[in-house]
Unconditional design. Structure first.
Length: 419
């Protein structure tokens, strides 16, 4: 057999293994004979693949099925509890990490302040400390870690595999993989936080209902994760979805951290809402209840305070929120007109404000988006609330596991365990 034929045979085996693994995952319980019928693969090929998947810890035998004229067949079952993933939401306020199984069931979690002001290397050390603590919680099962997924705010260059620019972190050409791979040989995958949130929805949330949807993240910043026919949109270099940096006020005096003026993010993000409140409170002071809520220290004003004040009837707070939701509604209307999605999913800290936030956006979207495009679109909160990003980080690795991109690494780990 030539080297080309060997390579081709290995590739075909990988495709067949992927097909069988996903069939077992979909069917819950299935026999080897049924796998052969559904896949079109021979019984010896099925047996070889199943033995490999059992040894790798992805599949187990789960008793016997009913007899159809002979010995009762062994039934096979996907085994998500035997392998684990670490998911990291690297936020500007906190680093949230979880350990989850291959069905995204969270087993343990850790959260510490990010301390962005201390710079890239200190943030990476703090991230590593979270990873170490999560590994320790697995005890003797540490060798069953499939990978580490990370959600990071910023422009991700997929070709270079770096954070090319993060306005929120003030990072340029940040090499997360280069730094953390010195600490561990566990595979690490990271991507833009909003695209990661969309991936979490695709695997574990509304993706079960919709093939085409957009996840809008409204937190400290604003971004969009776009799913088309169940695949994330990356763009030429991986920078698609920078929704927060469209210009909505060309003559605005409010500067975004990206350097531009009048960006949606500067006008309607959590940080933008807080900045708008600070500017207005400098003018009117104690005439708003927000003044007493922050005890006269404008640096303590947050979007959460603005929403709480609005719920108590504060006129200024209502004005700020109405303006922010109007900007967001206009932006989301444009997304609907451009991409014709089945759903818009909104997550992030600001989205936790509930109806006061969503009602304003829906009103503007109904008024601004093309009627025929908007009438079938559902606008709803992210499935996992404040854990949307970390669940997405878990799904980054799930995606790699189910496509067998880490299969050789995991088989090697399994061999070590059996020696």
């Amino acid at each position: 057999m030539t080297e080309h034929e060997k390579g081709n045979a290995k590739y075909i085996l990988k495709l067949n293994t992927r097909k069988i693994l996903n069939l077992i995952r979909e069917k819950s319980l299935i026999s080897r004979a049924d796998l052969s019928k559904l896949s079109g693969l021979s019984a010896p090929t099925i047996s070889r693949i199943i033995d490999d998947l059992i040894n790798a810890g992805f599949v187990k035998e789960a008793g016997r099925g009913a007899s159809i004229g002979g010995r009762r067949p062994y039934l096979l079952q996907y085994f998500p509890d035997n392998n684990f993933i670490i998911g990291i939401d690297l936020g500007t306020t906190n680093i949230l990490g979880v350990v989850a199984n291959l069905e995204a069931k969270i087993i343990a979690e850790e959260k510490i302040p990010t301390k962005v002001e201390e710079g890239f290397y200190n943030v990476m050390e703090r991230t590593w400390s979270v990873i170490k603590k999560l590994k320790m919680k697995l005890g003797k099962k540490q060798n069953r870690l499939c990978g580490i997924g990370m959600a990071v705010a910023g422009l991700i260059n997929k070709k270079k595999n770096i954070v090319e620019f993060s306005p929120n972190f003030r990072w340029y050409d940040a090499d997360i993989i280069g730094y953390l791979s010195q600490k561990t040989n566990i595979p690490i995958v990271f991507d833009n936080v909003t695209r990661v949130m969309a991936l979490g929805e695709l695997y574990y949330g509304i993706g079960k209902k919709y093939k085409n949807f957009i996840c809008v993240n409204v937190g400290y910043g604003i971004g969009a994760g776009i799913i088309i026919n169940r695949k994330p949109l990356f763009g030429a270099n991986g920078m698609a979805g920078e929704f927060g940096h469209i210009t909505l006020e060309k003559d605005s005096k409010i500067q975004c951290y990206c350097g531009n003026f009048g960006c949606l993010e500067a006008l309607a993000s959590g940080n933008g809402i807080a900045r708008a409140a600070q500017l207005e409170l400098k003018k009117i002071g104690s005439k708003s209840i927000m003044w007493s809520m922050c005890k006269g220290d404008l640096n303590k004003i947050t979007a959460e305070i603005v929403f709480l004040a609005a719920k108590k009837g504060d006129t200024l707070a209502w004005s700020i929120i109405n303006k922010a939701t109007e900007y967001l509604g206009i932006g989301i209307s444009a997304l609907i007109n451009l991409f014709n999605p089945e759903a818009i999913v909104i997550g992030g800290g600001v989205a936790q404000a509930g109806d006061i936030f969503f009602d304003g956006i829906k009103k503007i979207v109904r008024a601004r988006a093309l009627n025929r495009a908007v009438k079938e679109v559902t606008i709803q909160p992210a499935t996992f609330g404040l854990k949307a990003a970390v669940m997405g980080a878990v799904s980054l690795i799930t995606q790699k596991v189910l496509s067998l991109e880490f299969y050789d690494y995991l088989r090697y780990k399994s061999l070590q365990l059996h020696q």
